[in-house]
Design a protein around this ligand. Structure first.
Ligand code: ZN
Length: 133
């Protein structure tokens, strides 16, 4: 079951510049940094209430984030929802005809298992579901 919003992913070209920009807006002190090789991204995230804002910069030209920025520019890339059981949610969504990008969970940031649903199936919103390992 999807229980709450975990994070909002924002695609950025320049991570350091974006951190400075968002610091002015949200006045956070702590930034969590992580490189997820699997996704070809470098991430900086900070909390707003219970939700993480995840600034995401591509680390290579063939990363999905690089392609997204090339096509659409910087901006909201995806919304991620917590699930209490990623495997059963993936099976359930597949059964209801939702197109999955990842049929199996993959490793994501913050030591989570993640999977993406195709935006064609979700009114254009790239949707991620995630569960702590
Ligand atoms: Zn994400």
């Amino acid at each position: 079951m999807l229980t709450s919003i975990n994070h909002i992913g924002i695609a950025v070209k320049d991570l350091e510049a974006s951190i400075e920009l968002f610091k002015k807006i949200f006045q956070f002190a702590d930034v969590h940094r992580e490189v997820v090789e699997e996704q070809g991204v470098s991430i900086a995230s900070f909390k707003v209430g219970d939700v993480l804002i995840e600034l995401t910069q591509p680390t290579r030209d063939d990363s999905p984030i690089a392609k997204f920025i090339e096509k659409k520019g910087e901006g909201i890339h995806h919304i991620a929802f917590n699930t209490d059981n990623i495997n059963s949610d993936l099976a359930r969504l597949k059964e209801t005809g939702i197109q999955l990008i990842n049929e199996e969970p993959r490793p994501g940031a913050h030591d989570m298992l993640i999977a993406f649903l195709h935006p064609k199936s979700t009114n254009g919103v790239l949707t991620e579901i995630c569960q702590h390992k």
